[in-house]
Design a protein around this ligand. Sequence first.
Ligand code: HEM
Length: 470
Amino acid sequence: MPTTAETLPETAAPTRFRPEVPRPRRTPMGLFEFLRAARANPLTTWMEDHFTLPLVAGEGVLGRVTVVSEPSLIRHFLVENAGAYRKDDLQRRVLAPGLGEGLLTAEGDDWRLQRRTLAPLFSARTVRGFEAAMNAAGARLARRLVRRAGSQIDVGQEMARVTLDVLERTIFTHGPQNDPDALARAITRFLESVGPVDPLDVFGVPAFVPRLGRIRARPALRYFAEVVDGLIEHRRAVMARGEAPEDLLTLLLAAQDPETGQGLDDLTVKANIVTFIAAGHETTANALTWALYCLSQDEAALARLEAEVDAAADPEGNFAAERLPYAKAVIEEALRLFPPAAIISRQALKEDRLGRVKVPRGSLVMVSPYVLHRHRGLWDDPDAFVPERFLGEARAAIPRFAYLPFGAGPRVCIGQSFSLQEAVIVLAHMVRAVRLALPAAHPPVTPVQRVTVRPGQGLRMEAVRRAAAA
Ligand code: HEM
């Protein structure tokens, strides 16, 4: 008999914080119930079997779907036999209209060329070079929180603001010269207009049938494209004078395929600017939001983090990410409980086999990091917030394919170390400056999957200034 969500707490330490989440279902839903639930919150559609069995395959609205949660089968699917799969049509239909043919959506030779060319932009050395920009954005956020001490803060909004600030500083260094806020405005409008999944996409209605959300998005997309065009033109001129800052835009414009020496055309440069912003903004913001929420409910973890952060700050109040191992563990644990990218899905280009189960050509295969990270067979007390899992020997004992917030294999997130470094530094600035508490009357904080995984009713917290901030 597999363990269920109800029986689990008997074996679990009672003192740890266990955030509320949708309870896994015991019985399957009918078609219309499923469609409604999938649109409102896909996290409510998972069944107990998904959290207990290594693999669940069945026929559904999307045809045959195989959900795999066994580490060695995931390794086969995402790494060893990755060539037998491609990103599925649903993802492409949802993402391509906004992102163009950037790294996230490209396929085949085009993707290979882009990945080779873009890899140096996210190398360990380049990412370390962004520490100053991340510290500047973190310090600015901390000042804002200190100013607003005593009042309620919309945490999701603040985290979105700081991750956007980091992207602006690391991609462009400065916004347009004559209007520094234009870029932030353009990005915010663009992101706001890319709404939840359109049901027309789920049913495979061809792209020429207009979608409401996409029509609304057009002016924002146009405005965004104009602002970015202006920035590229200006940057080319600055580069020609040999005065360009070392940011992602300069690196993108100078990037060359190591095999052919060829650069990227303007369309691909633009598609990747949009891609970095879309892929790196809300994901990291949600990781920070969930980390703050969990910390507000776990005094011991917060105290340990405050002690680490106070000791690690340099005389200017800045941080080196490598001196913050507990902050990193907190972020990694938040990414385990609430992985911002809750689904990694592919379509089989040819027939495959996952263990004893046949995967027909054309069918969908998925790993859900949300399910995998709470799988009863893989984790101890899976629903509890325990950052210590990610320290020392405990960290080393986690099987590589049991923890996939950034995916795995050839299409693993290119921004992984960028976003971990960013989240750790920003968290340190906040924790040093203020304590954030959940108001007594706050509605339940439960996750909803809307592109990324976020608190369904938002998260408002009260900031109290810490003595260390003085
Ligand atoms: C907590 C933050 C983040 C999470 C959880 C996350 C998650 C992921 C995941 C799961 C994938 C793989 C998708 C798949 O295999 O289908 C991915 C790919 C990608 N991510 Fe991230 N990401 C994060 C931050 C970032 C940042 C900061 C950037 C860029 C600045 C970025 C850029 C990308 C790109 C370009 C890809 C596509 C890579 C390829 O297909 O070659 N991500 N991300």
